[in-house]
Design a protein around this ligand. Structure first.
Ligand code: DAH
Length: 432
């Protein structure tokens, strides 16, 4: 179950041995200070200094990070497909909401039952009995709806106690989407129907609708939800999907969307028609709508062939530079980086007289041809014009790195010399 493993644990209960690192570290203090605010330590406190250190890292906002590329692609999809009648994007995007939330925000507002496993100390990072690090981006639905928003996306880091392995990490990222309708908006494509079709009734709850919703309204909202998300997945992956019934405390009916990956159906997201009571709590009892939540790491791992969730935290330029693309829709396929140390060497040269015909890509191709797989990266680090010499200069940093061994400087020098010679010969540059 994806929602249970990476996205969430609303459906499974697991026993995790609970070590109170925090108490040991802070045994003589009864306050935790985070960003200038203090939190009283109590019997619920289980957040660790290590976990606190992730606050503000915001990988999803870091330039050229795969999670950031994905954020931009999802945002563009919604901006492009949904416009208001003035032609402006319908969805507003919130990508920097503060991760410390109250128990009300994370659970109560979303109708998560008092005894639900997802509230357990073994599953969440509590600052104390009142505050925790959000376990899902749904924690912000209520406040944004209350502030008057009908269509919004939330990108955020979320925190759940978990083992660390290739597909689990205690901090990961989600995007949450919400779309609400008033009656006239729901039936706007068919204004004649508006007078005769109701949104609300005092009825019974069935598998396909809530007691307060009419069958017609529930069907239209479900259709809107499924067609939006199917289009999003098609936009990102160009693949077929299937829908599976699911359960979430704050939506009914609820669904999961699955996509074929390596021959198997895999869960990508959870969604559903918002429980009317969540909207009543947010002060909009005249609206009906849908919501969805997607784990960004899982999506990015499939999209970019990233084999291990821990790589998202890598600061190795061998990882990050692979995602430094000018077009966010570039189909990057991640190539594993070596475990052996990188060996950077610079090369500087004057361009030939016809400098405007020189392209960085010519040099990159040359390096790849001459030096082959021992080159991990080539980056332009400096360029300038020398007015006296009337010449343009370029400096590139070539990072040499072998997949199976540590390269010696002597070995690197040999290859580097070959690159210099080839550049002089075929690009007519002059090594400085
Ligand atoms: N918050 C859920 C989780 O983390 C995911 C989710 C499911 C979000 C259904 C939604 C939704 O908005 O409608 O597991």
């Amino acid at each position: 179950m994806f929602i249970a493993s990476v996205l969430g644990k609303f459906t499974t209960s697991r026993i995790i041995v609970y070590h109170c690192f925090f108490k040991r570290k802070y045994s003589n203090s009864n306050q935790i200070f985070i960003n200038g605010k203090s939190y009283e330590v109590d019997s619920w406190t289980n957040v660790t200094p290590k976990i606190i250190s992730y606050i503000g890292k915001n990988l999803h906002l870091q330039k050229s990070h795969p999670l950031s590329l994905l954020r931009e692609r999802i945002t563009n999809f919604f901006y492009f497909h949904y416009k208001n009648n003035r032609g402006n994007p319908l969805f507003s995007v919130y990508d920097n909401l503060y991760p410390i939330v109250t128990v009300e925000q994370n659970f109560d507002n979303l109708l998560v039952p008092e005894d639900h496993v997802s509230r357990n100390k073994s599953d969440c990072y509590y600052l104390n009995s009142k505050y925790l690090l959000r376990g899902h981006s749904s924690a912000h639905e209520n406040e944004l709806i209350q502030s008057g928003l009908d269509n919004f996306l939330i990108f955020s880091d979320v925190y759940r106690r978990d083992q660390i392995d290739s597909s689990h990490y205690p901090v990961f990222h989600q995007v949450e989407g919400v779309r609400l309708f008033l009656r006239h908006e729901l039936f706007s494509l068919n204004p004649d129907a508006e007078g005769s079709i109701d949104v609300f009734e005092k009825g019974v709850r069935t598998e396909t609708k809530q007691e307060v919703h009419t069958y017609d309204a529930a069907r239209v909202v479900e259709y809107s939800l499924k067609s939006s998300l199917t289009a999003l997945v098609r936009h990102l992956f160009g693949q077929k999907v299937r829908w599976v019934d699911a359960y979430f405390p704050f939506t009914h009916p609820s669904f999961e969307l699955e996509m074929k990956f390596n021959g198997e159906w895999m869960e990508l997201l959870g969604c559903g028609v918002l429980e009317h009571q969540t909207l009543v709590k947010a002060g909009v009892e005249d609206k009906i709508g849908w919501a969805f939540g997607i784990g960004l790491e899982r999506l990015a791992m499939i999209l970019y062939n990233i084999p291990d969730i821990r790589l998202f935290w890598s600061t190795d330029p061998g990882f990050l530079n692979q995602f430094n693309v000018s077009d966010i829709n570039t189909n990057v396929k991640y190539k594993p980086i070596s475990i052996y140390p990188p060996c950077p060497n610079d090369i500087s040269f004057w361009l030939p007289g016809n400098a405007d015909e020189f392209s960085d890509n010519d040099f990159y191709d040359l390096v790849r041809t001459v030096a082959g797989d021992v080159v991990e990266q080539v980056n332009l680090v400096d360029k300038f014009y020398h007015p006296k010499k009337k010449l343009y200069s370029r400096t590139y940093r070539i990072v040499y790195r072998h997949m199976e061994k540590t390269l010696t400087q002597e070995e690197v020098n040999k290859v580097h010399r070959l690159v210099e010679e080839a550049a002089e010969r075929s690009l007519e540059v002059k090594i400085r």
